[in-house]
Design a protein around this ligand. Sequence first.
Ligand code: NAD
Ligand code: IPM
Ligand code: MN
Length: 377
Amino acid sequence: EKVYNVVVLPGDGIGPEVTGEAARVLELVSQKAKDFKIKLQSQLFGGAAIDAAGKPLPEETIKACEAADAMLLGAVGGPKWGVGKVRPEQGLLALRVHFDLYANVRPALFPSQSLVKHSPLKEDIARGTDIIVVRELVKGLYIGERQEADLDTPGSTGEASDMMRYNKHDVERITRLAAYLALQSKPPKKLHSIDKANVLACSRLWRRVVTETVEREFSSQGVEVDHQLVDSAAMVMVSNPKKLNGIVLTENMFGDILSDESSVIPGSLGLLPSASLAGLPDGKSACKGLYEPIHGSAPDIAGQGIANPIGTILSAALLLRYSLGRPNEAEAVETAVRKVLDAQEDGGLGMRTKDLGGNAGSKEIGDKVLEVLETLL
Ligand code: NAD
Ligand code: IPM
Ligand code: MN
């Protein structure tokens, strides 16, 4: 019997609340599975690790992650640690780089079609959107050389800088991953590459390498790509998002911003899951991955038991699909989530947290997802 090891990194703020519910889902999957087990283990990470061990990514946590098949993360950061010298967020960047998790897949899909009615966008604009953001995750402004401004020494220039750097290989591999995802649908999904090629050298490299990689390796299989500038794409995403249906392929910082924006379509930041991968999840080799909701630690609602756990539960589904190679169990989790969110007139339970206009708590949602999942496994 195969045993998978999953490290849970609850982190800060609502992190422990949402990973708690997702961990229960993985435990149930493990309990019901006939030919495999999932062993979960929690480790210190983020602000919680700074408080306990003086740094956001302690060695013990790295070691446990190295030995694991996958990692499930809540969120890190918060006002307690602010933006000082040692920051929880540094741990997240270090973890992504340590495992070379270059591909961040962020589906902005409706987990339940009933939610279309509640989208902040008009119903006919929201309905039928189908966008997956693929964000490059280990290069660009996040990783390049950084110079902090010295504002306290008289006579210093008071200048800060952050270096954006990409090379051909970086762009090729993220393009291949986006094309791989596009090819999971028949006909293949369209790629929309987003850049700022009218200003940035990195974007001109990006545009050319994306075009050439798609033409050389994927156009014979029907993959097509278009290119858009990020400012206008950000406007299109909330005015006519169906124009971006397919895979939105972009660099690190643009992807961070556009993925939060994309969550407006299904209606809440709390709904969106993500997978950060170090290679194609094609089942040919073990695919180590970090799975987390796209939202942060939500200090404004932390500790109240009202955070939406769906983004994290759907991240656990992606973990089952991509790192454990268990598509049936992944689908069962997604179906359970859909039935909990679906309106009663659509045959569901119509249970939602406050961010979606409901009054269910995180744990109540978790309980119901487990109850439905139990019948599906
Ligand atoms: P945030 O994503 O934490 O919150 C933005 C808004 O969305 C808040 O109003 C919050 O209450 C709401 N929200 C987020 N998740 C929700 C959920 N599951 N259910 C209901 N409502 C939810 O962004 P922020 O406030 O700008 O950042 C807070 C901290 O989180 C910062 O320290 C930031 O660096 C960190 N952060 C961490 C991650 C991560 O760990 N991956 C991601 C984003 C931000
Ligand atoms: C995210 C977060 C992180 C990022 C922060 C916390 C470093 O916003 O995962 O989207 O910017 O990548
Ligand atoms: Mn973000």
